[in-house]
Design a protein around this ligand. Structure first.
Ligand code: C2E
Ligand code: CA
Ligand code: CA
Length: 384
């Protein structure tokens, strides 16, 4: 990053900036040495030397205050200017929590007398900071709530049947998490998993869901009627890339006496796209334990199944977006048709997600789709 920034070269004695001037950047001394000359309240001049690798003028990164010192090159100096605009752009791209913390640290730094009084931050700046603070505080509170939910056992597992389309019998279940929040009621996974993914809490949640599903399996299994029954558990990309994932899965399977061939892990293309080689090793490791893998939300990702054929995926799950439109859109129907043919030609079986109507069920049966999931067969429900 520093390598990409411009350099400014100053001759001995040359002024870099003067006290009272408007400033919009800080400087890092890459080579040489500068003298910072500050006038104290009593009118005395205090001179400080700043050498290689050090930073000066950083108040300009916080707000539009006039410079509080005059700085000259003591030796011939090479400086890297860091502009406020660049810092703001970088802050905009970071996680809101990190951004909030940095802004607080910067403000506290200014409050410690590192800056002389000047004009206050503009209304737009204050409004922007307040908005950021509001967003970040909400997220911090939610992240804190998630940690509490894990220790207070507030999460619950719901199971939705997956049926064999040719017989209509239940072949397996997909495990779907719910959060029974003490004051907000039941919260959908879509409203908290995205944050858990960013904070890393998804790892603990993921292990919890896997263990819960494996423990519930003996009872669930009795509700199936299929030669190869299964329970399917969703895995987030962040979870899979953590150290020791396979070992943790393996120890849960052992602890719960789960027949591994009856466990299916659902993952999305993101896992593969993020790190194709690491994903291949990981997925092969999981299949070597006899676990089956399903590719979730097929059709919504970036790559076609043909580019995924080197991955050991047993099942393709066609996304609900295509299934719910297939009776009205010829294009969706064609996408579903060709996805099924492609999956079968690669030796995979297919689950259609989001079947709500009997006509969709029939259309999928005609296209030789193997399994179906959706409100037509049953909504996700707690184990009773
Ligand atoms: P998903 O993996 O695509 O799960 C299917 C979603 O579709 C579920 O939403 C399910 O309730 C919903 N659904 C099933 N059939 C129908 C239907 O016929 N019509 C309609 N309109 N919806 C249907 P849910 O339970 O809200 O889960 C949303 C997403 O949250 C899941 O999408 C999955 O990506 C994620 N998720 C849920 N539980 C877990 C979990 O334990 N771990 C992880 N990593 N992700 C989870
Ligand atoms: Ca899923
Ligand atoms: Ca899905």
């Amino acid at each position: 990053m520093l390598e990409q920034l411009n350099r400014e070269v100053y001759a001995v004695g040359e002024v870099i900036f003067r006290e009272g001037e408007a400033g919009d950047c800080a400087y890092i001394v890459e080579d040489g040495c500068v003298e910072v000359c500050v006038t104290t309240a009593g009118g005395e001049q205090v001179v400080k030397q700043i050498g290689k690798g050090e930073l000066f003028g950083e108040i300009a990164l916080i707000d539009h205050k006039p410079r509080t010192a005059t700085v000259r090159a003591r030796d011939k100096s090479v400086l890297i200017p860091i502009r406020r605009q660049l810092v703001n752009e970088l802050l905009d791209k970071t996680d809101p929590i990190v951004r909030h913390l940095l802004l607080l640290v910067m403000e506290r730094f200014r409050g410690n007398g590192h800056c002389v009084a000047g004009q206050p931050a503009s209304d737009t700046e204050s409004a922007g900071r307040n908005k950021l603070r509001g967003e970040a505080t909400q997220k911090l509170a939610l992240a804190h709530d998630i940690t509490r939910a894990l220790s207070n056992d507030e999460f619950a597992m719901y199971y939705q049947p997956i049926c064999d389309l040719s017989t209509g019998h239940v072949a397996g279940f997909e495990a779907l998490i719910r959060w029974n929040h003490p004051t907000k009621g039941q919260i959908s996974p879509l409203d908290f998993l995205w944050l858990a993914e960013r904070t890393g809490q998804i790892r603990e949640i993921g292990l919890w869901t896997l263990e819960r599903a494996c423990r519930d399996w003996p009872v669930l299994r009795q509700q199936t009627n299929h030669p190869t029954p299964f329970v399917s558990v969703n895995m987030s990309a962040n979870q899979l890339t953590g150290d020791g994932f396979v070992e943790e899965v393996s120890s849960i399977i052992k602890r719960c006496a789960m027949p591994s061939s009856e466990l299916k892990l659902e993952l999305t293309e993101t896992v593969i796209i993020n790190n194709p080689d690491q994903a291949l090793r990981l997925l092969e490791h999981l299949t070597s334990l006899n676990i089956r893998l399903a590719l979730d939300d097929y059709g919504t990702g970036y790559s076609g199944l043909d580019s995924l054929q080197r991955y050991p995926i047993a099942t393709m799950k066609i996304d609900r977006a295509f299934i719910s439109n297939m009776l009205t859109s010829e294009q969706s129907r064609e996408i579903v048709n060709s996805s099924i043919s492609l999956a079968h030609s690669l030796g995979m079986d297919v689950i259609a997600e989001g079947i709500e109507e009997v006509e969709t069920n029939e259309a999928l049966l005609n296209l030789k789709c193997n399994f179906g999931q959706g409100w037509h067969f049953g909504r996700p429900a707690a184990l009773n």
